[in-house]
Ligand binder design. Sequence first.
Ligand code: COA
Length: 334
Amino acid sequence: MTPTTARGPAAVVSAVGSALPPDVVSNNDLTARLDTTDEWIRSRTGITRRHIAGADQSTADLAVRAAAQALTNSEPEYVDALVVATTTPDRCCPATAPAVATRLRLTGIPAYDLAAGCTGFLYALATSAGLIAAGTARTVLVVGADRLASLPHPEDRTTVPLFGDGAGAVVLRQGCEGEPGALGPMVLGSDGTGADLIRAARPGALHMDGADVFRHAVDRMSAASRQAATAAGWDLADVDRLVPHQANSRITSFVARQLGVPEGRQLSNVAEVGNTGAASIPLLLARAFADGRLKPGHRTLLTAFGAGLTWGAVALTWPDLSRTRLPEGAGHDR
Ligand code: COA
């Protein structure tokens, strides 16, 4: 699609937060129950471990923890809307977001879920920026939360190693175009002809055509990133930090190479968390902010790809969040 810019006030990132379930499953743990090896998983995906939610931890639980951390970090005077991007809502009906809002003592504000696969967080940023541009909201809490590890069949060695659970959140506030943290032009897209490439009729029934997905992911994230950078007036050589959806490290390395972004400017945490779906980008932002890889003034390019097929990208200059307390535990509330 043609990159679009909201015409009213800009949406500005003013805080980040994150949450991971405490249980960690390493590749070696998986070899006890699947016909696989640590070497196979690491060389194909870059993943060494992932956090897995127990039966007593819902998507809403993870979303509440990440959102609460973002709110603590920015202490906004008001929150006018809440969006939860997720592919794994706790129930078909009702949506997850109203319960999350109520648990955050935000009962009464508009709260809704948004499903766009692993691109969900970027779609949620875009719709939230639209609420701010239209004057419908001044501050929006945007959460990406997923329990993607619940989707593969537990004995499917081709998909189980790829996924983990978690949540990330940002607070978006009304601000001015061009100020640090302001979301730049949005690139979003979808292609339903690829709907069968990643599909799950229910938890435990994920089907994925790995090789095709790999190819589409590289092509779509590269093209969207290029469009978003151009629309923001950036040369790709000017990008300080590429923040790609953490599907796997081979995919993200290909994207960086296609864009000509040096490997060292590409942020990654896939080794520790795997593919966490809509949580992937905000988890990585929170982590990189906490450990200093993401600094004020960095020209930052976010890009994602997921089931649908869906994809997107957005450029922003990373803001000074120094008022924000660093999340505990190397970047994640656990
Ligand atoms: N351990 C050991 N062997 C495995 C395995 C595992 N965990 N999973 C698959 N294999 C086997 C396959 O069965 C196949 O064996 P065969 O040749 O005897 O049939 C072999 O390894 C190669 O499989 P292949 O699918 O060609 O591997 P690949 O190099 O394409 O890597 C993926 C597989 C899934 C890692 C890769 O396709 C990929 O990353 N796809 C994108 C996935 C993704 O990120 N999806 C989410 C997007 S949001």
